[in-house]
Design a protein around this ligand. Sequence first.
Ligand code: NAD
Ligand code: TYD
Length: 353
Amino acid sequence: MTILVTGGAGFIGSNFVLDWLAQSDETVVNLDALTYAGNLRNLAALQGDTRHVFVHGNIGDRPLLDSLFATHSPRAVLHFAAESHVDRSIHGPGAFIKTNVEGTFTLLEAARAHWSALDATARAAFRFHHVSTDEVYGSLAPGAPAFTETHPYEPNSPYSASKAASDHLVRAWHHTYGLPVLTTNCSNNYGPYHFPEKLIPLMIVNALAGKPLPVYGDGQQIRDWLYVGDHCSAIRAVLASGRVGEVYNIGGWNEQANIDIVRTVCALLDELRPDPAGPYSRLVTYVADRPGHDRRYAIDARKIERELGWRPAETFASGIRKTVQWYLAHADWVAQVQSGGYRDWVATNYNAR
Ligand code: NAD
Ligand code: TYD
């Protein structure tokens, strides 16, 4: 048996592949374009492991997809590949439409062609699992109930709009063609291998370098943070037992304002790697807000708990400590991802703020 993972060299995808192969001998075919966010170093532990077949390629490449389906006949597709950073989507939305919308369309069509030709048993067992985000639901007012699976779609950024479009395509491929799809909409993840353009790893690496910690606007925007390993276990649960055609929200029951996240990271670094120059919180710098910045996200994760018995295993306190410790122990990984294009991005996003 084989699964096809797209985007398995990125943050969540690589955590998923590592977790999967730690628990199962089922082969993973890992298709990744190795954009700036894809990093084979994340998968170094799998070198020489025949259960992991890495394919350098694009989800928009239909002939490649057809040959992968024909060669490996995966029983499921786990679709992580995406452009994933809101700030980059503001500076350059085109890549988001290309990969998240057109790429998902091409992948759906290739999966449909493969699935249609299967025998009845294999067709019934096949799954297309689309990994999506809570950002498709838009922004919550303070005190408003958390997002359920039936919350209206109100995406506000080019990123969330492109993910919303991909969710709609996946839904339509089920309703129109009967493709056995599953969709999960998850809140903000954090953990090992998180690219340091996102809030938590950016704060860790900037603090360690003695650089400013750029907090957008008033820092009171709220996100619902989930440890990446818990996202992976939720995806495995949905793939194994989720009802076809259903959507499952995944979240950490952990709403926090950005400034509180930054303070927690600073306090952990003060404990684990004290800086003689003083507490890391001295580096907090309020900068111009993100245009169209969503104020609050929160996930109501009762459906996945009720139907599949899934709940996060990590608390935020345990998960963030593990995460900070991981970054302290992996300075080489940080140095490698900060080379080249990373510097250009930092200049593009922060110099004019
Ligand atoms: P990431 O940016 O770290 O990784 C994306 C991966 O996809 C990279 O390895 C990249 O090389 C690959 N990729 C990009 N375009 C590709 C293409 N056209 N063809 C093949 N591969 C391509 O992203 P992530 O944070 O790991 O997110 C993974 C998925 O989870 C995304 O679909 C994202 O929308 C979703 N998600 C992320 C979060 C989060 O907090 N990071 C939360 C909820 C949902
Ligand atoms: P991010 O990690 O980019 O995730 P998302 O925008 O998908 O939620 O950002 C998380 C929050 O942190 C978001 O409200 C924007 C904020 N933020 C900052 O305040 N400063 C920064 O330098 C970054 C990258 C994000």
